[in-house]
Design a binder for this molecule. Structure first.
Ligand SMILES: Nc1ncnc2c1ncn2[C@@H]1O[C@H](COP(=O)(O)OP(=O)(O)O)[C@@H](O)[C@H]1O
Ligand SMILES: [Mg+2]
Length: 292
């Protein structure tokens, strides 16, 4: 059975699949129309957020980003499938409650594999699900591209929060016109970013996020594992990790090496990005990698 079939099997059976072998990750995902389900409205933690950004939905669409107006595009269908097991594990809907399962990091071995692209689309997809709120964090402190990609220009964020005791989360979170989607910038450049991300303040902030916002997904767009040490530091706090692998490009030894850096995370998913149908359309593979 291929890794994707196993992943799909998990979706159907609502229990953890066997770990796949990395040799077989170049597979297509079977579409599962039956996996859609409505989730009852959850109460969000109260907070007063002053900052707001209104996206141009047309511009997002032109950037290949899922919007509420394109809920049934093939891209939206792919990400619907990708988010399902993440949500199930985050909220214990398959009977397994993963510790800090609502903290999800998107990483990869190398730059350019599609972390930011997949983080944004995954966040959009989750935000469009009834009653699910998502905070999308730019945790790629060495190369913060998330907000720039989205055309958002606020600067203060994660690193500032770690440096300034007086700054509150609600001072730096940005609400958007996508209902249920908020953003947290990386913050102003700091050459001690690695130390800050590894600090006790960061652990406290993440614990606070995981508990205070236990009803929402907090998605971290992160640096590549093999280029900087920030990603593996961050990984140690995450309940789930999505490891983006660029199809037909990332060398398998790089993927293997990167996986060893995050082996402490209980749930690591491999997302095969930039694969192509014969017709040349991008799509995504998704599989489970981890300990049984
Ligand atoms: N599935 C995809 N289809 C089309 N373009 C993609 C896809 N994934 C990534 N890209 C593009 O590839 C480039 C690198 O992606 P990006 O998300 O910035 O990588 P990373 O964050 O891993 O460095 C960007 O121009 C992005 O728009
Ligand atoms: Mg990026």
């Amino acid at each position: 059975m291929s890794i994707i079939e196993k992943a799909a099997g998990k979706l159907g059976q609502q229990k953890r699949p066997e770990p796949p072998s990395l040799e077989n990750i170049h597979q297509e995902i079977p579409r599962q129309e039956s996996i859609r389900q409505e989730i009852p409205q959850q109460e969000a933690a109260p907070e007063t957020i002053a900052l707001r950004h209104d996206f141009s939905l047309a511009k997002l669409k032109s950037q290949n980003i899922i919007t509420p107006q394109a809920e049934h595009s093939s891209l939206a269908e792919e990400f619907r499938m990708i988010k399902r097991p993440l949500l199930d594990n985050a909220f214990g809907q398959n009977g397994i409650k993963v510790k800090n399962g609502n903290l999800i990091m998107v990483t990869s071995s190398l730059p350019g594999e599609g972390k930011t692209f997949c983080s944004i689309n995954l966040a959009m997809s989750i935000a469009m699900e009834m009653g699910r709120t998502v905070l999308l964090v730019d945790a790629d402190a060495p190369n913060p591209r998330l907000l720039k990609t989205l055309g958002v220009s606020y600067e203060q964020g994660l690193l500032d929060l770690l440096l300034d005791d007086k700054l509150q989360l609600s001072d730096v979170i940005i609400r958007t016109n996508i209902e249920n989607l908020s953003l947290l910038p990386a913050g102003r450049h700091n050459r001690h970013a690695t130390e800050l991300l590894a600090s006790d303040s960061m652990s406290a902030l993440l614990d606070d996020l995981a508990q205070r916002y236990s009803d929402r997904i907090i998605l971290f767009d992160s640096p590549p594992l093999l280029v900087t040490s920030e990603a593996s530091v961050l990984a140690s706090h995450m309940g789930q990790i999505v490891m983006v692998v660029e199809a037909e490009k990332t060398p398998q030894p790089a993927v293997r090496q990167a996986l060893t850096l995050i082996e402490d995370c209980e749930l690591t998913w491999v997302l095969l990005n930039k694969t192509r149908h014969l017709a040349g359309v991008d799509h995504y593979g998704y599989g489970y990698y981890g300990k049984s």
